[in-house]
Design a protein around this ligand. Structure first.
Ligand code: AMP
Ligand code: MG
Length: 649
């Protein structure tokens, strides 16, 4: 929905922003219209401090470079006419002048006909000389003379004054980003400072009662402030000069005072969190009081990123990014970076794009432009783009992705097999040497560590055992880690392999009951007894696992027909089970031993789970696959796995 409210008064327009969702394009257009054109303030910077800045004025050469005719080699300055008759059989003899022209030495004597002067690379050509002969092409002939057996053309081995840069020549144009080459050019002609666009000063504030800064102790129910660090870095990466002012609680008065101070000292203000229109979310109310025209857009048809709020207060952009880190980053890169770069005098960021096939169907919400982060791997014919989304609250999906694809606002899905355009986060595709797609285990990192140290890049994409098998069957990965229990045969993994896949035994993971140490309902009991004891206490709450998890099969066997309190709490990972018990949200559950031990919980062993690898046979001889198989078999990995609580197969 794009709105067109030109006829309305400013005030009613501002009111409407709270109720209206703008399209991405509409929001960006309004934001830019309220900010540009504007003068870009410039400053003089010392050459060494100008790296990465954009020039605001053309730079011309104030002198000739080189400033004099200069020798390019070590040898002798000569008159070329003297050597016209020189050949292999009739050498020409030249008397040496009593002078050696080293670098930085101005010549004192002329080169008269029949003479030569010794000259070093970089030395200025003496009067009378018009060429240089390399020392290798001469022979001593007595004490004060040399012989030369080949002719020299005029200008041979000479760089003429101004041949590199001529006085008055335009060397660099306004808008050029200063890099080492530009710095070198300026230095060569004596320029010590340049006029550059002053980086916009951007104040960054995180908002939320729940936020704790990295390095501090995490309180119960609190989370670490990741947006503050990411946004600060992303601003610096895109031509701004960020000042992070910390996290401010959701307190209107306190936040307003911090925002006012921040805005007074900077050219732009970026907040994150608190943009929803809920009661605790106050920043957008404050913005309305900070300056004119105020809020430009609040709510953009983007996913992730819908609650984005864009404002301009007395000429300065004020932005509230959504709280969820992935949403914050997408909206920042998509809508804020273009504005920031313009303010910094930088050209738009060039986006590298590649085409890749999407192996699975991706559902999408109708009416919102949706961005989906993807990991790229090499398939049998071309690149494959795996969605890596872990939800907009996740942060690792951003770090592990190679780029993103866009699903149009009018589409409700992207079908499996679509050839999609992927915008890369980096200038080039980095296809990993080894691709592992399937179920993730912390033990995997121990085995792949030596590969990374050997310079092989490893990409592990967690999609669960069944997803990994499907990827292996389609030839999209080298290995699929799986732990699938076959009820009929009572065995793990082998019954699930199709043609073209072979089993590489991995390790065993002891599964068992986790409980808080000292809980008398479990302490010292065997597994079956512990479950009986739990079921006997109506106040005892369990935590289950998701359908399809191997661990879930064990739980259902243990429980029989019982459905105790907590049965419907079905998290998808071993770690979530341990966290629920450690935080007293549940009293017991089933997880693997290393996870229970890492969380300092009690553990009653029950049954071993087989974590193995489905290897795509046709890829067995690839160097990275060989390296993985070697690492898996190595004494070093086996010892590391054992230390971590796994049992190598
Ligand atoms: P909000 O928009 O404030 O309701 O926040 C939405 C979600 O993002 C909540 O789960 C917040 O805890 C989370 N969040 C907000 N700010 C940050 C931040 N600076 N770092 C990490 N997560 C955040
Ligand atoms: Mg919040």
């Amino acid at each position: 929905m794009t709105q067109n409210n030109k006829s309305k008064s400013r005030d009613s327009l501002d009111q409407d922003q709270f109720l209206t969702i703008l399209s991405r394009e509409g929001a960006l257009a309004r934001f830019e219209a309220a900010l540009f054109p504007r003068a870009i303030p410039s400053e003089q910077r010392r050459l060494a401090d100008a790296l990465g800045y954009a020039l605001t004025e053309d730079v011309g050469a104030p002198i000739d470079v080189p400033p004099f005719d200069r020798s390019n080699v070590d040898g002798f300055a000569v008159r070329s006419a003297d050597l016209a008759s020189a050949t292999e059989t009739s050498p020409v003899r030249l008397i040496l002048n009593d002078e050696i022209i080293a670098c930085g030495v101005a010549p004192a004597r002329p080169v008269l006909s029949g003479t030569a002067t010794s000259i070093a690379t970089g030395g200025p050509l003496p009067r009378g000389a018009d060429a240089v002969v390399m020392v290798e092409h001469t022979q001593p002939a007595g004490v004060r003379a040399i012989e030369i057996r080949r002719a020299a053309s005029p200008g041979q081995f000479v760089s003429y004054a101004g041949s590199d840069m001529a006085r008055g020549e335009a060397l660099l144009r306004a808008g050029t980003i200063v890099g080492s080459r530009e710095i070198g050019m300026c230095a060569a002609c004596g320029i010590a400072q340049v006029s550059v666009a002053r980086k916009p000063r951007v104040a960054v504030i995180s908002t939320g009662d729940e936020l704790v800064q990295p390095g501090e102790q995490l309180r119960p129910a609190a989370i670490y402030d990741s947006n503050g660090a990411i946004v600060t870095a992303a601003i610096n990466e895109n031509g701004g000069e960020a000042a992070f002012l910390g996290a401010v609680p959701d307190d209107e008065a306190q936040l307003e005072s911090v925002m006012r101070k921040a805005l007074a000292q900077s050219d732009m203000l970026v907040l994150s969190g608190g943009t929803s229109k809920g009661a605790g979310d106050v920043s957008h109310r404050i913005i309305a009081r900070l300056g004119k025209p105020g809020i430009i857009a609040h709510g953009v048809a983007l996913k992730p990123g819908k609650p984005l709020c864009l404002a301009v207060c007395d000429g300065k952009p004020v932005v509230i990014l959504p709280g969820f880190p992935t949403s914050a980053m997408f909206t920042f890169h998509d809508l804020i970076v273009p504005v920031l770069r313009r303010m910094a005098g930088l050209p738009p960021r060039p986006d590298a794009k590649v085409s890749a096939k999407v192996p699975v169907r991706i559902a999408s919400e109708l009416g919102r432009t949706e961005f989906v982060m993807v990991s790229l791997v090499e398939g049998n014919d071309g690149l494959i783009a795996y969605p890596t989304g872990k939800g907009s609250g996740a942060i690792t999906s951003f770090a592990q992705a190679d780029g993103f694809l866009k699903i149009d606002a009018l589409a409700d899905q992207m079908p499996a097999g679509t050839d999609a355009e992927v915008t890369l986060f980096t200038p080039h595709v980095r296809v990993p040497d080894l691709v592992i797609v399937g179920s993730h285990c912390t033990g995997l990192d121990l085995v792949t560590a030596p590969l990374s140290r050997a310079g092989l890049s490893v990409r592990s994409i967690a999609v669960g055992s069944l997803g990994g098998l499907a990827a292996a069957e389609r030839g999209e990965c080298d290995l699929a880690p799986i732990h699938l229990f076959d009820d009929k045969s009572g065995t793990y993994n082998t019954p699930f392999l199709s043609d073209g896949l072979e089993l590489v035994p991995g390790w065993r993971r002891m599964q068992g009951i986790v409980f808080r140490e000292g809980d008398a309902r479990f302490e010292g009991l065997a597994a079956q007894e512990a479950v009986r004891s739990a079921l006997a206490d109506p106040a005892c709450i369990m935590v289950n696992r998701n359908q399809g998890a191997g661990t879930r099969i064990l739980i259902d066997r243990l429980l029989g027909d019982a459905r105790p309190d907590g049965y419907w709490n079905q998290p998808r990972s071993h770690n979530a089970v341990a966290a629920a018990v450690a935080q007293h949200r549940a009293d017991w559950g089933l997880t693997i031993a290393p996870v229970a031990h890492a969380a300092d919980l009690g553990f009653i062993p029950l049954a071993e789970e087989h974590y193995d690898f489905a290897l795509v046979s046709s890829r067995r001889e690839r160097p990275a696959v060989r390296a993985f198989l070697d690492a898996l078999a190595s004494a070093e990995s086996r010892a590391a796995l054992t230390r971590a609580g796994f049992r190598p197969a």
